[in-house]
Design a protein around this ligand. Structure first.
Ligand SMILES: C[S@@+](CC[C@H](N)C(=O)[O-])C[C@H]1O[C@@H](n2cnc3c(N)ncnc32)[C@H](O)[C@@H]1O
Length: 376
């Protein structure tokens, strides 16, 4: 049945889970592409799409959801300004490197650049890379002219200086455009970004929801490999659980959906100084060196020691009835020492108790394997 094969091809190529946009939508897109190709036979279209890169790209274009707008979920951009203003990211020598993937038609990476410029970060001190699988979206991003749909919400209030009037809408001004470099890229390709690029900040928002679980896991691991150890990962408002289940911890930035890798040494010795975040719409504050910049996290102690410490912390938290915190601590223990049997079994029990049966099953079999292999 060609339709099922084409759906599978889309799943393998861009990770699309047909249920996320609805099977009828996918079927319609296939039929429209078949008609546009001048083919009346479904089998002939299947032969075309699997042998022609251009036709496959055209089909991809017809199923992707390029929905985006400037300063979408504005808390993320407030947090971005706040972390650079308060020195919470080490940017002493190298310019800050940011990635927006998927960038869609460009509103997200341009918003990142605007937020940093408004925070007073000099243009030479940062670079935003932006990638998307849709060439049509990237062409629109390059043109940088936007209509009303791109200006939903209040995020662009007070940012008129970044736009100029243009036929068909408002154009992002040259000063912002220069900060953003667009390239075509598929998050499922390996390597996704050739070379050894690492980023301080990655926005990977509102894409994971279109993937099935194995693809989500693969993509979040791939994106994580591009993040510097102290970096921040921003996800969509409904994608935070996935970051947590991959060993990230909340960066504790209000409404930002920002995560970082656990930094146990800092967590045990002194709580990280909270970064004050100004709510969107206020006057931008120029960048001034923070009187006491937050220093990068000290090197992690021996993994065994820290994993044990987190496991003990989890036991205490569980005893005090804080199941969520305990769960997070056991995950940190496992992040540091994936063979920590006590942490696996305790986490399995907690996860099972809150009804996440599939994850509990995986954790229990991991615990049994570790026990069989003489784990700690
Ligand atoms: C809903 S938009 C999200 C844009 C922006 N990050 C935001 O949150 O507003 C989803 C984008 O994901 C892109 N996309 C889908 N699959 C992709 C893949 N495998 N690799 C890269 N981009 C992909 C689509 O082309 C689309 O532009």
């Amino acid at each position: 049945m060609p339709a099922a094969e084409i759906v599978q091809l889309l799943r393998e190529t861009i990770g699309l889970d047909p249920d996320s946009i609805g099977q009828p939508t996918v079927d319609r897109a296939i039929q429209e592409r078949q008609a546009a190709s001048g083919l009346t036979d479904a089998r002939a279209y299947w032969a075309r799409v699997r042998t022609s890169k251009d036709e496959l790209q055209a089909l991809v274009e017809s199923v992707v959801v390029p929905e985006t707008w400037f300063f979408r979920d504005p808390g993320a951009f407030d947090a971005l300004s706040a972390v650079v203003r308060h020195g919470a990211l080490p940017m002493a020598t190298e310019p800050l490197r940011l990635l927006s993937v998927p960038s869609s038609t460009g509103e997200e990476p341009y918003s990142m650049a605007m937020a940093l410029l408004d925070a007073g970060v000099p243009s030479a001190r940062f670079q935003v890379d932006a990638m998307d699988v849709s060439r049509i979206a990237l062409d629109r991003a390059d043109a940088a002219v936007y209509g009303r749909n791109s200006f939903r919400g209040s995020g662009t209030l007070g940012r008129d200086h970044h736009f100029e009037t243009a036929p068909g809408g408002r154009r992002v001004c040259e000063r912002v455009r220069r900060q953003v470099r667009f390239r075509h890229g598929n998050l499922l390709a390996s390597p996704f970004i050739p070379g050894r690029d690492r980023f301080d900040i990655i926005f990977c928002r509102n894409l994971l929801i279109y993937f099935d679980r194995p693809t989500q896991n693969r993509v979040i691991d791939g994106v994580g490999a591009l993040l510097k150890p102290d970096g921040l990962l921003f996800v969509g408002s409904s994608e935070g659980g996935l970051a947590l289940s991959h060993g990230y911890v909340s960066a504790k930035l209000p409404m930002a959906f920002a995560f970082r890798r656990p930094q146990p040494a800092r967590a045990q010795r002194a709580p990280a100084r909270p970064v004050p975040v100004t709510v969107s719409g206020q006057m931008p504050v120029p960048l001034t060196p923070s009187p006491q910049p937050i220093s990068p996290a000290p090197a992690i102690e021996t993994p065994e020691l820290s994993a044990d410490a987190f496991c003990r912390l989890g036991v205490e938290q569980e005893a005090q009835g804080s199941a969520d915190e305990a769960e997070a601590s056991f995950r940190k223990a496992l992040y540091l020492d994936p063979r920590h049997h006590d942490a696996v079994t305790r986490l399995a029990r907690l996860v099972e108790r809150r009804g996440a049966d599939a994850e509990a099953k995986v954790l229990w079999s991991r615990a049994h394997r570790l026990a069989a292999g003489g784990a700690r």
